[in-house]
Design a protein around this ligand. Structure first.
Ligand SMILES: [Zn+2]
Length: 252
């Protein structure tokens, strides 16, 4: 099974990280993408991928919640040039976070999108409450030939065909199994089968108790919950299809 989006470098895993990775592997997770969020955590993402090259695909991005450093883009380019199989993300747009600055977010996001398009690299996009703006950007700029990932897709069902036409992949997160997320689950019913991916976003996006087979103390989502999330998700596809989609997007 493949996890399209997590944050194994997160400090909430300090002290238990290697055990968590062992449990992930034992539970059947064969590949995952570990997403950096700012220059400060990129070295840890690179180190994790170096220590677990079979399991971890590293991804480097500047998240819309994080402040840019003066040389972030230069550093990002350096990581992409030097780390094997490096992808771009997590990056994106967020009008949900308090005090957001959408102009600054747009500049930072489009720089990363342009890099992904130039190099035809996988890019993982976060979007909260900024769908119209994101679609405008995606429809007006060069995009990677391989497509792009909308991680934890929380947009409407109506937008799915328009985004799929642009090359979108959509990853389902265990958080969407909460009762109140019915609209999101409905949107996933219209996602084309060859564009569906699955993710934990661990340590975030804790699923409801019924989908937690690997509990951790302190509201931390264990990435080995991937299987129980899949079992609860009713995604109309087998894991083999999700794994094929993962390989086509992140590896081929
Ligand atoms: Zn994330």
């Amino acid at each position: 099974m493949t996890d399209a989006h997590n944050h194994l470098q997160d400090s909430r895993f300090d002290g238990i990280r290697e055990q968590v990775i062992r449990e992930m592997t034992q539970s059947g997770v064969t590949r995952c993408v570990v997403n950096g969020t700012c220059p400060a955590d990129w070295p840890q993402v690179a180190a994790l991928a170096r220590h677990h090259p079979e399991l971890i695909i590293p991804s480097f991005g500047l998240h819309p919640w994080k402040k840019p450093t003066p040389d972030w883009l230069h550093q990002l380019t350096h990581y992409l040039d030097t780390v094997p199989h490096a992808c771009i993300g997590e990056c994106g747009l967020d009008r949900w976070i308090e005090g957001y600055n959408i102009e600054r977010q747009t500049t930072i996001f489009t720089a990363q999108l342009d890099l992904a398009a130039d190099r035809n690299l996988p890019i993982s996009i976060h979007c909260l409450k900024a769908w119209g703006h994101l679609v405008d950007l995606l429809e007006s700029r060069p995009l990677p030939d391989r497509g792009f990932l909308l991680h934890s897709y929380g947009g409407s069902a109506d937008l799915v065909p328009r985004l799929a036409k642009l090359g979108a992949y959509f990853s389902f997160s265990g958080y969407f199994l909460h009762e109140r997320k019915k609209n999101v689950r409905d949107a996933f019913k219209v996602v084309p089968r060859d564009r569906l991916l699955l993710e934990t976003d661990a340590p975030d996006m804790l699923p409801p108790p019924s989908a937690i087979h690997h509990p951790l103390t302190g509201e931390i989502n264990h990435p080995a919950n991937l299987r129980s999330i899949f079992q609860s998700a009713s995604l109309r596809v087998e894991t083999v299809t999700i794994d094929e989609n993962f390989h086509r997007f992140f590896i081929d």
